[in-house]
Design a protein around this ligand. Structure first.
Ligand SMILES: [Zn+2]
Ligand SMILES: [Zn+2]
Length: 342
């Protein structure tokens, strides 16, 4: 089968393979014919060699498709079912966190797309437990965004609570930032969102998605903008979705006293933070990582009810063969969300 494979660790080392072996489902797995798969920041880290990866491995961990075969122990899915699947691909199922329903915290979790073969391929085998059935009116194109939507839902609804009338700052206009914007608005917040000059297309997207204020931080002062919008008080909740230390520093200043600061983005390494500011402002700093089962159920309900705009975020579709173009437009900021269509 066709696949995009990271052949060795380190920067680059990615290639298109026309005849990668097709996966066989284990007893608890289904084999999916992949319909669409999204490229995310993690893929770019893997391509650049800044994220762990057990090469050789098929990349891609955000995907949906049609069941074509089921393992002998699988119940509840049949060939022909349209599904979207969550990570981690494998967990121990037995530890404290697995039993508590938080597979991302499992010390033995194994993720598809960099530890075992992922979805930038024609087929993938995945545990049936990780699959969610797609509502009839949700397209594969929309479902390709299931993972980032679930991340945004977990961050803005499950780990924190946005209240109607809140002013929310989202720093960073990547796919997750634009989705946190949408989820916060659904909860009734006014949202200020910030990005860079190179994010022009994404900032435009944020405007269309109903952001109350859109700030290009290379042109305007973000802190000034937040203070103006909040009568000098600061934002009630701040979601740092850029994963940059400078952005985190601004967020710490932009959040109101007794407000909530949520680091959503991943940093390239340890960052320096003024913890005195956290104490003296009595901030709640809430970590959020991945999602849980309920995040996906909420994500699919929101897609089915057409309350999340996913289509607008997908700027490019590519076949697997054009993986170089797909990764380039993801990296240089000219795209918003880029997906592969098989
Ligand atoms: Zn991802
Ligand atoms: Zn576990």
């Amino acid at each position: 089968m066709k696949a995009v494979v990271k052949t060795q660790p380190g920067p680059g080392q990615v290639t298109f393979v026309p005849d990668w072996p097709e996966p066989k489902p284990q007893p608890d797995e289904v084999k999916l014919k992949v319909a669409a798969a999204g490229i995310c920041g993690t893929d770019i880290h893997i391509i650049n060699g800044t994220w762990r990866c057990d090469a050789p491995v098929v990349l891609g961990h955000e995907f949906c498709g049609t069941v074509v075969e089921t393992g002998t122990l699988v119940k509840g899915f049949r060939p022909g079912d349209r599904v979207v699947a969550a990570n981690p691909a494998r967990t121990c199922g037995n530890c404290y966190y697995c039993r508590a329903g938080n597979p991302f915290m499992c010390p033995e979790r194994v993720s598809a797309g960099y530890m075992i073969d992922g979805a930038f391929a024609e087929y993938i085998a995945i545990r049936a437990e990780m699959c969610h059935r797609l509502p009839e009116n949700v397209s594969f194109r929309e479902a390709a965004l299931g993972e980032p939507i679930s991340v945004a839902v977990h961050a803005a609804i499950e780990r924190t609570q946005v209240h109607a009338g809140d002013v929310v700052l989202v720093s960073g206009v990547g796919c997750v930032g634009l989705l946190v914007l949408q989820v916060a608005r659904l909860e009734g917040a006014r949202v200020i969102i910030a990005g860079l000059e190179k994010d022009a297309r994404r900032l435009e997207c944020a405007r269309k998605l109903g952001a109350g204020a859109v700030v290009n931080i290379e042109k305007d002062d973000l802190l000034d903008a937040v203070m103006q919008e909040t009568g000098g008080r600061g934002a009630d909740l701040v979601y740092e979705c850029a994963g940059s230390p400078q952005s985190l520093e601004t967020c710490l200043k932009a959040v109101k006293k007794q407000g909530t600061l949520v680091p959503v983005g991943m940093y390239a390494g340890p960052v320096t933070v003024d913890f005195n500011a956290i104490s003296q402002k009595e901030l709640d700093v809430i970590g959020t990582y991945g999602y849980v089962w309920t995040s996906w159920e909420r994500c699919l309900a929101l897609l089915a009810e057409k309350r999340i705009e996913a289509d607008l975020l997908i700027s490019h579709e590519f076949p697997l063969e054009q993986y170089e173009d797909a990764f380039r437009v993801t990296q240089d900021g000219s795209g918003v969300k880029v997906i592969f269509r098989m």
